[in-house]
Design a protein around this ligand. Structure first.
Ligand code: FES
Length: 612
């Protein structure tokens, strides 16, 4: 087993372990840091600057071209060029990060001002006097004369005398859209936070934003506790239909509240300073969160109960933010393309792209959108949870002990999350292993692991001895019993490979159908944007090798991180982006793959692995 190198990313202090020789970009992705790569990592744009002083390769030609001698001497390097050779520290400046600045400043149609739906106004209303016995509410309205159609909520009115009476008569009004939702005594303008949630079928992520600056203060994620009721949307829907809707709703609300508590602990920002939450998720997840019957999402014509975005008091769902805070759930597109996809479209600026661009969000469901000249066509396929490590014999999430990178040479080289003893394989390593097995000729294009007597004559012994009889065919042993944390070998089975074929076949078939709909060839695709937590970790060459993605140059494949969450953050920080989300939701043309005669044939074809 090759030794991994340990890379610590600053300023956040996140650590990744990668095989020696990996580029900084890949290590950053593994640490959950998405570096901006406008040129696709070709070494021509100079945008992916990081600082790394030792433990790395000598500057490449591209780096010498784009960085001055002084910059190089100061440790400035390009993340797409620099290879990691030994344990080291990498500093990623804000300007090199995908999303950080663009999310809040650069929405569709140019720079976007920070303009959240919730804001604070510090008021010093003129005191009432005997000769001017004006109502408190009128004094407040006079001070907020610039807000049209201001509505005073009863609960806020109840706080008004106390807030006005305290201190020097300064009071802070918390306004959401046109509603005054609270009064706070004194000047509390410095405390204004919001939280964005991405509710996935498997994972839920929360991001706390300071709404005065747009900066992310803390992030946390958890497994969606609904997995106890089934690992895909179909099983959740059937549980809800059998009387389990309330149970599923409570499970996800409980998860959001647990994330809020975790964020409070980590950031020191009390939950009652969070005045608004935004949520994206697939259509089933948002229906379950809202307590909407999802039954019709599972039968033809798969119509959602609600498409448009909804805003409500957060307390109505039991969300533990400010007691009169709001919750905004972004709009869906169709039964199987949800607000998470709307978020991806917002964050990637897909609406404004003229050149053919494909965005793919790989999760338990694969959602994909093709943009062409302002037209957006979307579809969704059930990839199943294989890439999340489920339904795979030794599969696991990308947690400590998960093998996350696999290379085959004379023998197997792996890197493991947390540099721990390996206990299972996560999705990215699954793709790696299958791609490497294809390259080595151990796996044939039909997806069959070859028997020992069929293996190529030149196959190194270190690999040959790893092919052993298993259930329904052969297994490939990635880690032997003596090296694993469990004392059992970690192997990829013939059944596992079928699961990978099903998952990648579903996604690829969707991509092929979108391409055909818009009359595009592979060579027409200007960019493929890979979204989703998982997208970050895939090695592009391997995703192409197994046929998950079409054969385009790797430079055209870009990682955009958790773009669904980025979209939820945009909608939190800007009412204009929230409006745009509604427009996106109405404009996207949705293709129901199940209704297309050609889907079965595309899927069967896409299950096969490319010849080389
Ligand atoms: S130089 Fe463009 S991504 Fe590295």
């Amino acid at each position: 087993l090759a030794e991994s190198v340990r890379v610590v990313f600053q300023p956040e202090g996140k650590t990744a372990f990668v095989l020696p020789g990996s580029v900084v970009l890949e290590a950053a992705a593994r640490a959950g840091i998405v570096v901006e790569t406008p040129c696709g990592g070709r070494g021509t744009c100079g945008k992916c600057r990081v600082v790394v002083r030792d433990g790395c390769s000598e500057p490449t030609e591209a780096e010498r071209q784009l960085l001055s001698a002084d910059e190089l001497a100061a440790g400035q390097r390009l993340a797409c060029q620099t290879r990691l050779l030994a344990d080291t520290v990498v500093v990623v400046p804000e300007s090199s990060r995908f999303g950080e600045q663009r999310i809040l400043t650069e929405g569709e149609g140019g720079p976007r001002e920070l303009a959240p739906a919730v804001r604070k106004r510090v008021l010093r209303p003129e005191a009432a006097a005997l000769e001017r016995p004006v109502a408190d509410s009128d004094r407040v309205r006079a001070a907020l004369a610039d807000v049209d159609d201001l509505r005073l909520e009863l609960a806020a009115a109840r706080q008004l005398p106390l807030a006005l009476g305290a201190g020097d008569g300064t009071v802070t009004a918390v306004v959401h859209d046109r509603d005054i939702i609270a009064f706070e005594p004194g000047d509390t303008a410095a405390r204004l936070h919001g939280v964005a949630f991405d509710v996935g079928t498997t994972t839920v992520v929360a991001s706390l934003l300071d709404l005065r600056t747009g900066h992310e203060v803390a992030v946390a994620s958890r497994t969606n506790p609904q997995v106890a009721f089934g690992d895909d949307v179909v099983s959740r829907i059937s549980h809800a239909t059998e009387g389990g809707l309330a149970e599923l709703q409570q499970a996800v609300v409980g998860c959001l509240n647990a994330l809020l508590r975790e964020i409070e602990e980590r950031s020191g920002i009390p939950r009652d300073q969070i005045y608004e939450a935004t949520v994206v998720g697939n259509t089933t997840m948002s229906h379950l969160l809202l307590g909407l019957e999802p039954e019709q999402l599972a039968r033809i014509p798969f119509a959602p109960v609600v498409r448009e975005g909804l805003t409500m008091p957060a307390a109505e769902l039991g969300l533990e933010v400010h007691e009169r805070g709001r919750l905004h759930v972004l709009p869906n597109i169709a039964g199987f393309v949800g607000s998470d996809t709307v978020g991806v479209i917002l964050a990637t600026g897909l609406l404004g792209r003229g050149e053919p661009t494909l965005a793919v969000d790989i999760g338990t469901n694969g959602e994909m959108v093709m943009a062409l000249d302002g037209r957006l066509v979307a579809c969704s396929t059930a990839a199943g949870p294989a890439f999340e490590g489920a339904r795979i014999r030794h599969g696991m999430r990308a947690a400590p002990g998960a093998i996350e990178q696999v290379r085959l040479g004379e023998d197997v080289a792996i890197s493991v999350v947390g540099n721990a003893r390996p206990r299972g394989i996560c999705g990215s390593a699954l793709i790696d292993t299958v791609a490497e097995l294809l390259r080595a000729g151990i796996l044939d294009p039909s997806g069959r692991l070859l028997a020992p007597d069929e293996l190529p004559a030149e196959l190194p012994d270190g690999l040959r001895r790893r092919v052993v009889p298993g259930e329904g065919g052969y297994d490939f042993v990635v880690v032997g019993a003596e090296e694993s944390a469990t004392g059992e070998p970690i192997a990829l089975t013939q059944r596992d490979i079928r699961q990978v074929q099903l998952a990648k076949g579903a996604i690829r078939a969707g991509i092929e159908i979108l391409k055909k709909r818009l009359g595009l060839a592979d060579s027409d695709l200007a960019a493929i944007l890979l979204a989703g937590g998982f997208g970050n970790f895939i090695r592009r060459s391997n995703a192409v090798r197994i046929g998950l993605l079409p054969p385009v140059e790797h430079e055209r494949i870009r990682f955009v991180g958790n773009a669904a969450l980025a979209g939820a953050k945009m909608a939190l920080a800007s009412v204009e982006d929230r409006r745009l989300a509604e427009e996106v939701s109405r404009r996207v043309e949705y293709l129901e793959l199940g209704s297309l005669g050609e889907f079965a044939a595309e899927f069967a074809e896409a299950m096969l692995f490319p010849e080389n």
